[in-house]
Design a protein around this ligand. Structure first.
Ligand code: FCB
Length: 480
């Protein structure tokens, strides 16, 4: 029996002092000002302006205009009692061509944001890359090309020089799985390419880019700075306990999780991944020393979690289930896993159709911490989209979102009670925003944004989260 299993069901769960209570956003999803102050298009500008790629042709041109309203947004965070904020930098805002010198105005924006946060007592957590590659670098081949990894390290160095004096927490990549496999495999994300070999090449150069960027950060930053990577680790569950389904889960664990954890934390690609994909590529794009370069000392592993991944084996040529959990599409984002089908568990789902299952977060935290016991963890994204209803007075009562966050915080606390070293939790997201291929149709914010007026209104879940963040205490069970 684990320590957490003996706990009372009605109680107050106290989080450790110093626990980070944050919210997360990403540049393209909130900033807008797409053509201001020297910013050039990223792959997401190009993709969102390509007909048929994003729901109803929505783009991030204006988004929620955070570029002009960041002071108000920091004010909201402060009112909510958050002590940390995770944001990303738009690469093409600070280095428009992805090469050469930085644009001062781009750097000034992030410096002003960081100063505003620090003045409010909110720790900035900066992500270098949340999917918005400068279009010029995609035109030169994008992540399937090695040079992109080298460019990324230069960009990391520019930001370290510009903001290293005031930003303590640094993250290289956000969810490289999505960049590689949704961007170059299934094509549902920018740049919208659908080639499984390119997607594996992209994965490798993201791993390499991460390692080179960590080196660049370490050489430019003061010694006490913390460096992390944010991975959307998949808690993979076989549909049945059959040997075939368990092997399907192994394959997805390889190409979903160990493809990153292997090089970044252990300095090698897993043998079974190389074997599973051998019919696609011989991996000769991996040069001697690359996997070692990808492995750099990290201070934290940041995990994004939303829903578990349930898989089964399907014999080649047979139909996959209709219920598409991302993986069963014509162009698969899972290279080498054609014989795997994805399922969505029955029961409660969010507006994304994602099953709600906080136990998978607990299992994931236990598993990762058992594998890498010396590496502290942080939840860098967790949250839910729901169909919010706006009352006549403009308020939004969204107990489902609060209940979702509550259940996942309870899972985090259970892991803490069992000795897992979790340092913080960042709610996705602070504000309603541009949800990639879904445009503005899916709302993840704790704060509502009226897309006509851009007015911000904290939802009831934001008030609830503020109480937890301020007190560091979670009352169980959840009550509205
Ligand atoms: C994650 C992304 C984030 C947001 C959430 C819902 O995969 O990192 O930008 O879209 O999903």
């Amino acid at each position: 029996m684990t320590a957490s299993e003996t706990r009372p069901l009605t109680a107050t769960r106290s989080f450790p002092p110093g626990f980070l209570w944050g919210a997360a956003t990403a540049a393209y999803q909130i900033e807008g000002a797409a053509a201001e102050d020297g910013r050039t298009p990223s792959i997401w500008d190009t993709f969102s302006h390509t007909p048929g790629k994003v729901f109803e042709g929505h783009t991030g041109d204006v988004a929620v205009d955070h570029y002009h309203r960041f002071r108000e947004d920091v004010g909201i965070m402060s009112e909510l009692g958050l002590n940390a904020y995770r944001f990303s930098v738009s690469w093409s805002r600070v280095q428009p061509t992805g090469r050469g010198p930085a644009v001062q105005k781009g750097l000034d924006f992030y410096r002003a944001l960081v100063d505003e946060l620090l003045a409010a007592g909110i720790a900035p957590a900066l992500t270098l890359y949340h999917w918005d590659l400068p279009q010029e670098l995609e035109d030169a081949g994008g992540w399937p090309e090695r040079s992109t990894a080298e460019r990324f390290a230069e960009y990391a160095g520019i930001l370290a020089d510009a903001l290293g004096d005031r930003v303590t927490r640094w993250t290289t990549l956000n969810e490289p799985w999505c960049s590689a496999f949704l961007g170059y495999g299934s094509g549902v994300h920018a740049p919208g390419r659908t080639d499984p070999v390119d997607s594996l090449r992209a994965a490798h150069h993201l791993n390499l880019g991460h390692g080179l960027a960590v080196q660049a950060l370490r050489s430019a930053l003061p010694a006490d700075r913390q460096i992390a990577v944010s991975l959307n680790l998949h808690e993979v569950r076989p549909l049945t306990e059959s040997a075939e389904d368990r092997d399907a889960a192994r394959r997805i664990d390889a190409v979903g999780n160990r493809i990153w954890l292997g090089p970044m934390l252990e300095g090698a690609y897993p043998e079974d991944l190389l074997a599973d994909t051998a019919h696609l590529t011989d991996w000769s794009f991996v040069r001697d020393g690359d996997a070692a370069a990808a492995r750099q000392q990290l201070d934290l592993l940041a995990i994004n979690y939303y829903t578990p991944t349930v898989v089964s084996h399907v014999p080649e040529g047979s139909e996959k289930p209709q219920d598409d959990g991302h993986g069963n599409s014509e162009h698969s984002p899972w290279p080498g896993a054609d014989s795997v089908a994805f399922h969505r568990a029955p029961g409660e789902r969010t507006a994304m159709g994602w099953p709600v299952d906080a136990s998978a977060l607990y299992d994931l935290l236990r598993r990762v911490s058992a594998a890498y016991p010396d590496l502290p963890l942080v939840i860098s994204e967790n949250g839910a989209a729901y169909e919010d209803e706006v009352a006549e007075d403009g308020s939004v009562h969204d107990p489902e979102r609060a209940a979702y966050v509550h259940a996942h915080l309870e899972a985090v606390h259970r892991a803490l009670a069992d000795g897992v070293d979790v340092r913080g939790y960042f709610l996705w997201s602070l504000l309603d925003n541009f949800e990639w291929a879904y445009g503005y149709a899916k709302r993840f914010g704790a704060v509502r944004v009226d897309y006509d007026t851009l007015e911000r209104t904290p939802k009831s879940s934001a008030r609830w989260y503020a109480r937890v963040a301020r007190s560091g205490e979670l009352h169980v069970p959840y009550s509205d």
